[in-house]
Design a binder for this molecule. Sequence first.
Ligand SMILES: Cc1ncc(COP(=O)(O)O)c(C=O)c1O
Length: 419
Amino acid sequence: MNLLNEEYLSTVWSRVTNILVDHGKGIYLYNTEGKRFMDFTSGIGVVNTGHCHPKVVEAIQKQSNELIFGQINIIYHKPVLSLIEELRSILPSALDRFFFSNSGAEAVEAAVKLAKQATGRSNIIVFQGGFHGRTHLTMAMTTSKTIYRSMYQPLVPGIFVSPYPYPYYYGWENRETLDFAVRELKRLLKTQTAPKETAAIIVEPVLGEGGYVVPPAGFLSAIRKICDEHGILMIVDEIQSGFGRTGKYFAFQHEEIVPDIITMAKGIASGLPLSGIAYRQELGEKWLTGSHGGTYGGNPIACAAAEATIRVIKEEKLLQNAGERGKQLLKALSGLKKEFSFIGDVRGIGLMAGVEFSGKGNEIAAAVQREALEKGLLLLTCGAESNIIRWIPPLIVTGDQMDEALNIFRKALERTINR
Ligand SMILES: Cc1ncc(COP(=O)(O)O)c(C=O)c1O
């Protein structure tokens, strides 16, 4: 079947492929001609349980027979309350208040609005390369690529940017990079935004859109310490890294810290639009009732899908699988780095891994992506130069499927060299 009407779709969306999808099942997408693609994008980290997981489908079908919409200012409904129970079972007990919305950007907006009212302070610190969304506020917090803000400036004020510890970019060892990032963060608080004016520091525990960078161990703890010293709130943006992606429910759980607020979206509901924040109860007491909200937040079908998603992650031991498949992936990619000199860096944690190309890295990444697509493997790029291939398959991926994808990737690398 040919595409029809696609010219009427807004071209503001950038486009990765022209595949017309008929249906998805597990790690696969099928086009209208029956061709199968391995979806190693997970729809940018959304379908962690795979496409159309039967238990998620069942929950959606059941809920849509009972209540499609219940406006959360007006009534309570069961799915949102059951979802809270599931979320509390996977979060530290201190994070026990929840607000729900629809997109990741909205969750970030909520976190910032809460932080402002809870502290009475105006400013927010973000990190270089971060991606927090595309609304007017979150665009100002996003520094992963200039395209996200181009010709939209001037932006919302009160946002200050500190370096993210990105060892390969700086060309330093982990320790040196970490010390630098912490020093610069402290300097920002002395030179640009005083602690008494700083409401929150927001951080991606693994840098997503900005390059799939795993920060050196100790980075989150250092931020926690600075926040505690100055009464600044620590917001961890788990929108891409959450719901099992890194082998833990949330990536901050790799360090011994508890944030004040976390943002969640993407993997939370296997594809239904749902996002939210979890925060400490004492902050909630300062969030003025009626000062924030939204019509659709906490939609019953999306909440039922989220509850089913968390149960699938538990029952199918997807954290363990993400950890094991992640090790398999990283080992194989590290081997490829030794063979292919244009691979500059390989890094990752769980099923969130990046391959950064050197030299004309953006052209290489685009060529590899194209070659892989031709052989039925969907991959995404990321980073300011689009020179990084990110690996973000569904958490249900098997060892054999991973090997198959790695084989296609190797062939794509070979064909790229011989271009
Ligand atoms: C870390 C992070 N925060 C926020 C967002 C924004 O989410 P959304 O596109 O649902 O608004 C994204 C989306 O990629 C993200 O990766």
